[in-house]
Write a protein that binds this ligand. Sequence first.
Ligand code: ZN
Ligand code: ZN
Length: 273
Amino acid sequence: MPEMTISFLGTGSGTSTNSAHTAIVYDCDDGTRLLVDASSGNSVARAGFELGIPVESIDTVLLSHHHFDHMSGLVYVQQARAQARPDAPPLDVYLTEECLKWTNQLCSCNPSIGEANQDGVTNVAGRQVVRWHVVEPGQEISLGPTTTAVCFPADHIASAVGWRVDSDGMGVVFSADTRFNPELIKASQGARLLIHEAFRTDEEKEHAAGRGHSTSGDAGRSADQAGVGELILTHLDTGFSREPQPLIDDAKKHFSGPIRAVRDLDQVDISSP
Ligand SMILES: [Zn+2]
Ligand SMILES: [Zn+2]
């Protein structure tokens, strides 16, 4: 029976004042560890320390888009990793062409970086510390003995993508930031778990869509239409991190499977028959 542990290092929206920005670790059955989005600042290192996931143990990162609450922490992940493991191979980062432009600009602002180009990032000592892998939606990538990933377009900013990871036949989908997204429903068919952003309830649908985000009702509708086994709500704004029940109730109107909203440092074990 395949199993996976999912650790939520950051669960706050970009404007959250009480939660870290988005970062999730998947520990797959075949030993593959993936960081999905890199939060901001040193959140990955700090939350990882609390949960027994040393930042230097991360070798593979999947990025959804270039908003700073999802990717600016990458600089600290690579820096802490390179310091703790000076002989480690470069950090492998999977991202779109557009996201690469921005991450390279960000890395170029770091005085410990010598060069950031299309292939990767080299530090001032001449050592390659990051290897970029540009991906297109629909392109399957192999990440471990039984683990693959594929990205799909999100409806947020240009080139934003969500990610489906399959490990030993068990699918986990991360929506990324998105409005209600038919592409996500297609990509999530039969997944064991959908991790979906929820910015507001359906009462504020226009406001959420205007900001490029989903409601919890959208998340519930997507989970139902994709036929997933379970729904987790994340990327929560300050008020809903404190009191997520209205989001859960809103999603429940559309999806009859298990639903929960996560906070920083929550860990969820999933398995599949
Ligand atoms: Zn965001
Ligand atoms: Zn965003």
